[in-house]
Design a protein around this ligand. Sequence first.
Ligand SMILES: [Zn+2]
Length: 445
Amino acid sequence: MKRRTRTAGLIGALGLGVILATGAIFLAGRDRSAVDWRSLRAVAFESDDWGLAGFLPDAQALSGLDRDALAPGRFPDVYWGSTLEDSAQVGALTRVLAAAARGRDGLPPVWQPNYVMGSLSWEDGARGGRWIRYDWPEFSPRYVRPGLPEAVDQAIGMGLWYPEYHAFTHYDPLRRIESVASMGIAAEAARRGIMLFPGSEGARELGPWRSRAELEAELDAGLARFASAFGRPVGSIIAPDYTWDRRCESLWVSRGVRVIQAKREQRYVGREWGTVARIRKLVDQRLDRILFPGRVYLERNCRFEPVQFPDPGAVALRCAQEVKRAWAAGSPAVVESHRINFVHTDPRVIRAGLEALEDLLAELDGPGDLAPIYLTDIEIAGLMRNGTSSCVRGPWLVLRNGTRSGRILAVDPGNAGERERQAGEEPPGSRFFLVPAGAVLLIPR
Ligand SMILES: [Zn+2]
């Protein structure tokens, strides 16, 4: 009897220990921020899939092809009209941003397109077909979009477009190559410039089956292309299909990318759904936050996918509420909105997406201190970590101090001087600025 009581006591103590340890992990892994997000009313837009040469080159590509036989996997129906953006679509989206009410700091809403930097194209030649790789802004003849890089440069120059990194090709290239080599319909799709192939949805670019060497080579190629195309290094990253593992994160950090989008959405290949998987995911995510305090994990707390719903206007209203909920909870609002909402083979879809964005921006506006400020990921990350940020947004170098005391900011020439460095010119040295408490300085470039 006595022994049983002692055993029960021991088990009870062990159980309590596990509960306390788990509690400690959860408390220690919580986000802390150097600024008060409640009063800042910050909004960031993160938009995946820009630069993706897919799913189709144009509306005619699918004609006569059996979609069911192609069996790419599951995705929302509207994606059957997904295509590479053109200059007019980039122009239309940036016009909506430019026409919206400015933020409290005087700056317009800024769009963060997360870019896919490469594409594979199957091209027939005199001696049979072959695979050709194109890197942004080059595309296969099926995906030629005249004036696209110029439209993007113009949008960047206006401070409306702030590219970040999404993927190299968005899928495991070997799986596509094998599929096209072995299956009739996959080969036909590839010949038409269609990016989909049987099982393509599961062919995650950063799947755990891929070797570290492959991932490293693709990342290096993608980051190098990004820096030369956009004149600065990548600041923030989102894994394709929300699928990545610890190897990927450590590779990103080793290349200087410490801001990671959508941590809460992270998917782990091969794990079953259910309570155990959910708890494992929670523990993994908390552990990452404890083990890697130098990384900034940004959460998407508003889903803005109007063209997937029958009433896009209602999606805009719901998203505005989600933004306000994020502020009330003491977080920046991170709005995710995929390219599909603004780029589609059907112009009616594009119109619906743009109108919903206009509605959303109008809903977010407010008088005086109730107006939002529109931030980039790296500004949010800087404010979270240090209470300050610096970011080149079009014509401005934007310096922010969200703390209660004046700060001297040294501006990183790696951000401001990348273009000069690549042009073979001497980058300017670090510049120092005194930013008063709570102030935003806009310095002309
Ligand atoms: Zn994507």
